[in-house]
Design a binder for this molecule. Structure first.
Ligand SMILES: CC(C)(COP(=O)(O)OP(=O)(O)OC[C@H]1O[C@@H](n2cnc3c(N)ncnc32)[C@H](O)[C@@H]1OP(=O)(O)O)[C@@H](O)C(=O)NCCC(=O)NCCS
Length: 160
């Protein structure tokens, strides 16, 4: 019998696993990586450092807006969210599943749990933004009932 997947609120002891999953899990799906490919590294910080630091900073400062997926006692994924009560607007934030554990429905379960949380908080409408190229994320969102609203474009330039 396989281990049961548990989706639960984050605790501070999860931060190291969140950092590790972020470090390994975001290839090809961050603007920071695409910027680095186009412009080269322009500070000592790589896109991986930047992504890991920003996710860890967000999770440290607002741990009550983070859910983690745990399998057999190991954290294998996370999802963050944001809620604006005055607008009754929810937003799904960073979410990532350890590459070794993908394709088993964990990402779908995490987003379902975030949606449940936002519903309980009083949200009426929930948004999520992803890259057009991020087909697994799009599938996960669509499986959870999201419908595409529109596309936006990101430009970059480099000073001499
Ligand atoms: C997005 C992510 C969290 C999904 O996690 P996961 O646990 O693999 O998700 P699930 O197993 O629940 O579902 C993945 C779905 O994508 C599908 N999928 C995988 N690769 C695909 C591809 N190249 N094209 C289309 N669909 C694809 C899977 O078949 C599955 O759909 P199905 O259940 O209908 O078969 C994971 O891919 C991830 O961490 N990606 C990197 C970080 C990221 O992009 N996060 C989202 C930022 S907006």
């Amino acid at each position: 019998m396989g281990d049961e997947l548990i989706i639960r609120p984050m605790v501070s002891a999860d931060l190291e696993a969140i950092r590790d999953i972020t470090w390994r899990g975001w290839d090809d799906v961050t603007w920071w990586e695409l910027l680095e490919r186009r412009h080269g590294p322009w500070t000592a910080k790589s896109w991986r450092d930047r992504k890991a630091e920003s996710v860890v900073a967000q999770c440290s400062s607002a741990p009550d807006t983070v859910l983690v997926a745990e399998l057999g006692g190991r954290v294998v994924g996370y999802a963050t969210f944001h809620y604006t009560p005055e607008d009754r607007l929810g937003e799904v934030g960073n979410n990532c599943v350890d590459p070794q554990f993908r394709g088993r429905g964990i990402g779908t379960r995490l987003i379902a749990a975030v949606l449940q949380k936002l519903r309980e908080l009083g949200a009426k409408v929930v948004t999520v933004t992803t890259m057009e190229r991020d087909l697994p994320a799009r599938r996960v969102y669509e499986k959870n009932g999201f419908v595409e609203l529109g596309k936006s474009l990101v430009y970059s330039l480099q000073f001499d």
